[in-house]
Design a protein around this ligand. Structure first.
Ligand code: SAH
Length: 204
């Protein structure tokens, strides 16, 4: 599947039915998801691999990985309403994904989902709960030797220092994340924020 086709296919996925601000539920925009996934595919990290999406939300990344030929895909999500949306989305595109309701902070989760070849994720940026992304990074690196994640452009320095000794920031791809008006505190119809798609390579 070509990049453009993947992007158009992912555009069809439904969004959060009842988005929760505290969980920073923003659906990953299809063009951004497609970019991350296609890049990972070219690096050999998707096709034939076991892939896990942490904070899978509506399933955008997990479903995309399945469509690109991942061997197995697991999506982990704390909110059961989101898992319902994701399961329906996977059904719509005939994608095979196992969605698990779970909290990345739960220490027993690793035994259910690890190890895997590749973690993909768009964790909360920590705008509502400071450092909300840390348990995502910790679990991702304990599960997989390669992690693709979307971070707020301003937090790359933090990511680099937080993962020092455990992983290297192998690649960074700058992009934008158009955030549509979703919550009462949003003052504009769309706000574009700068993001980086980061490839973390675990130091083994
Ligand atoms: N890629 C997803 C959205 C990511 S938004 C999509 O396109 O739909 C971040 C997601 O992480 C949200 O769905 C949120 O509910 C989930 N989340 C937040 N905290 C979590 C936690 N502690 N454990 C698991 N999931 C969590």
């Amino acid at each position: 599947m070509k990049l453009k086709k993947l992007e158009m296919t992912l555009q069809r996925l439904a969004g959060f039915s009842r988005p929760r601000a505290a969980l920073e539920q923003y659906q990953t925009p299809a063009p951004l998801a497609a970019r991350l996934l296609y890049h990972a595919l070219m690096k050999g990290d998707i096709a034939g691999r076991s892939v896990t999406d942490l904070g899978s939300g509506t399933g955008m990344l997990a479903i995309g990985a399945a469509l690109l030929g991942a061997e197995t895909v697991i999506g982990v999500e704390i909110d059961e309403n989101a898992v319902e949306v994701a399961a329906a989305n996977a059904g719509l595109l005939n994608a095979e994904v196992r969605f698990i309701i779970g909290d990345v902070k739960d220490p027993s989760l690793a035994s259910r989902i690890c190890p895997c070849d590749t973690v993909i994720m768009n964790p909360p940026f920590g705008a509502q709960n400071i450092h909300a992304d840390r348990p995502f990074i910790d679990l991702a690196l304990s599960c997989a030797p390669v992690v693709y994640s979307i971070f707020n452009a301003g937090s790359i320095q933090f990511v680099t220092s937080y993962t020092r000794g455990r992983a290297t920031v192998d690649e960074k791809i700058g992009s934008t994340f158009p955030i549509k008006r979703t919550f009462a505190f949003h003052s504009r119809d769309v706000q574009e924020i700068g993001v980086e798609i980061v490839r973390l390579k675990r130091i083994t």
